[in-house]
Design a protein around this ligand. Structure first.
Ligand SMILES: [Zn+2]
Length: 242
């Protein structure tokens, strides 16, 4: 039971250490973990202001998990919140324990069935590879992070998979052509789409967002054709800072 007064920075360091201890040392979305943990702290602060429950130290793991568990289906953020809470509390356990990472159960946003971590062979594509696949076998799927086996985003049917693929290729090509590099190109797109960096991975975009994403890249290309367009200035990035 954690009772030390820790700063958020230190809590995050514990979480990352526990994640590594549990066997995940690469290919995981650390930004998403940080975002999920901070969102839990924010929730407590806003919902329980003025009581001992406004801090994480006022909660047991089980209490906090049941607060976070939604009544319906788990969203991707819910999954990360649950995992990050487990990691945080497990980091205080002696002797050390490993936190159970993925595969996690997920759900299909098309047919409302559960989705689980399994081989794509069932769907007769991407043979031999694993991913999160709709248990209702409606053909929706999404790939995963090898490190923690968390889904990359929401499940996608074929039209959305194709659109995500186009958006991914478009932003990758734009990153090279504009000279921005991947991180800044994704940052620019996040800004234009009004999304946080956490939400910007293509696998998290829905159909309409992908269409808007593609339109946005097209308009950027047009903009850069018309005049000498300084992307870095547009982004507010100074080369000297890197
Ligand atoms: Zn389905």
């Amino acid at each position: 039971m954690p009772n030390k007064k820790l700063r958020v920075h230190d809590m995050l360091a514990r979480i990352q250490e526990q994640l590594h201890y549990s066997g995940c040392i690469s290919d995981y979305d650390w930004g998403m973990y940080q975002y999920a943990f901070r969102s839990v702290l924010e929730l407590l602060k806003s919902k329980f202001r003025g009581t001992s429950k406004c801090r994480i130290s006022g909660w047991t793991k089980q209490e906090l998990l049941s607060l976070i568990q939604p009544h319906g289906r788990n969203s991707l953020l819910n999954l990360y919140q649950t995992l990050v809470i487990n990691l945080y509390y497990d980091s205080f356990v002696t002797p050390p324990v490993k936190t159970q990472l993925g595969p996690k159960n997920f759900y299909c946003c098309y047919c409302n069935a559960t989705a689980s971590f399994q081989k794509f062979d069932k769907l007769n594509r991407r043979q031999g590879n694993y991913g999160y696949i709709c248990d209702g076998l409606c053909d929706a799927s999404v790939s995963y992070h090898e490190g923690d086996k968390m889904p990359m985003g929401t499940l996608a049917d074929e039209p959305l998979r194709k659109l995500r693929d186009r958006a991914k290729k478009a932003v990758d090509a734009f990153a090279i052509k504009s000279g921005l590099g991947l991180t800044d190109a994704y940052g620019l797109m996040a800004e234009r789409m009004g999304l946080s960096m956490v939400d910007i991975p293509i696998a998290r975009l829905d159909f309409e967002q992908c269409e808007a994403y593609l339109r946005s890249i097209e308009s950027l290309k047009t903009l850069s054709k018309n005049k000498r367009f300084d992307y870095l200035k547009y982004l507010g990035i100074s080369k000297g800072e890197e």
